[in-house]
Design a protein around this ligand. Structure first.
Ligand code: UDP
Length: 396
């Protein structure tokens, strides 16, 4: 596994560490549990000796020398050096890998070199696509260099794993990748961790008043997630709903990003929006359970793990039709589909969903919508893809 720019052990919710790191933790752990040996290579975080992540799974840090502490933005200019460090580790330890699975385009560039040298199958999972991030209004501006590199790397890879039908459409539509090269397997959710804990229990634990109408946001605080529009939507609804509140989880600064705080002041709703900073995942079930709904008004997501996490806790979701949302959200049953990412669209969706009061029976019903997303089952699907690629390789 190549996870060059982000470590699976990084702090979740900070700028470059989110769903991909969660994905790597679970996939590698369950591959190990199935008897495979997995080395996950990264340049992120402080240099450290190889570290056990789970039985048969190691995290190998190759960000030494000039690569040590290198910013993500500079990594693409050092792909050959990163591959040299990877190859040195492999040779020193007398290893021979059967398959390379790269995560994000920077890893895919390193993986492409490994594929050529080792002559092993190379699978890529992009996690986000530059061309899809650049959707109008998103506030993102991914470079032409990244978009061109992704197109080239998608063409060179033996196979591509996408986590949603939406991402499949992006790859075929934006990058002209042939359909037969793409495998669609969703991400999973830790169903043992994410369970309904009860609205009251959650509120007691967090010290929240029972009467607050609580909207929850969980994620990295990047423009793509549409948080500014969500704050504007809360401002639109507040005159009719004085008990409406928004709790924001994630971000690098526990006091919240200054531009968003400024926005809440300008809109006169600073008292309604609370920035909690990044929260340890083990605590998140209490936040999901305490909330009346999770809002994810993103312009784009390749998947959106927080959607599954909220549903697993019995909490309905109001989200734009991105990533896994169209695959899992059933209007009126477990959430609402927002008509778009504009504040008015979000406000209408929130108002619709806040009418939906939930009982423990409804919570169990909402949770049942993610029963198929257990990580062990998801990993078994990925294993089949690995096996297929290796069979194909042996007949070449
Ligand atoms: N997360 C967390 N603490 C935080 C913020 C986020 O543990 O303060 C986790 C969250 O539980 C989820 C992941 O980070 O598993 C975010 O993944 P998602 O796919 O929603 O978004 P991405 O980061 O991939 O854009």
């Amino acid at each position: 596994m190549l996870s060059i720019h982000a470590s699976p052990l990084g702090a979740l919710g900070t700028r470059d560490t989110g769903g991909m790191s969660v994905y790597l933790r679970h996939l590698s752990r369950w591959l190990g549990a199935a008897g495979h040996r997995v080395d996950v290579f990264t340049c992120a975080g402080p240099p450290a000796p190889p570290q056990a992540l789970a039985p048969r799974v190691r995290l190998v840090h190759i960000g030494r020398g000039a690569l040590s502490g290198m910013a993500k933005e500079r990594l693409p200019g050092h792909v050959a050096e990163i591959f040299a460090a990877l190859e040195a580790f492999r040779a020193e330890n007398g290893l021979r890998y059967d398959l390379i699975h790269s995560h994000y385009w920077i890893s895919a560039a390193v993986g492409a070199l490994a594929r050529d040298r080792w002559r092993r199958p190379h699978l890529v999972m992009f996690h986000t696509l530059g061309a899809a991030k650049n959707t109008p209004g998103s506030g993102e501006n991914e470079s032409a260099l990244r978009v061109a590199a992704e197109r080239r790397l998608a063409a060179a890879a033996d196979g591509i794993v996408v986590p949603s039908r939406a991402e499949l459409a992006h790859l075929t539509g934006l990058y002209a990748v042939p359909r037969e090269k793409i495998h669609t397997v969703p991400c999973g959710v830790d169903l043992a961790l994410f369970q309904p804990r009860g609205r009251e229990v959650g509120r007691d634990r967090l010290g929240l008043p029972a009467e607050e109408e609580m909207v929850l946001f969980v994620g990295r605080l990047v423009p793509l997630k549409g948080l500014a529009n969500l704050i504007r939507a809360v401002a639109l609804l507040r005159p009719q709903r004085p008990r409406l509140g928004l709790r924001v989880i994630g971000g690098d600064d526990p006091r919240g990003p200054s531009a968003l705080i400024h926005l809440t002041r300008t809109l006169g709703i600073a008292d309604a929006v609370h920035f909690a900073g990044p929260i340890d995942q083990a605590e998140l079930p209490f936040y999901y359970s305490a909330a009346d709904l999770l809002a994810l008004p993103s312009y784009y997501e390749s998947f959106g793990l927080v959607v599954l996490e909220a549903l697993a806790c019995g909490t309905p979701v109001a989200a734009t039709a991105v990533g896994v949302v169209p695959d899992v959200i059933r209007e009126g049953h477990n959430g609402v589909l927002l008509e778009g990412p504009a504040p008015e669209d979000i406000a209408r969706g929130l108002a619709r969903l806040l009418r939906m009061r939930r009982s423990p029976v409804e919570e169990a019903h909402i949770r049942s919508s993610v029963a198929d997303y257990d990580w062990r089952a998801i990993t078994a699907e990925i294993e089949k893809i690995y096996q297929g690629e290796m069979n194909r390789e042996s007949t070449r």
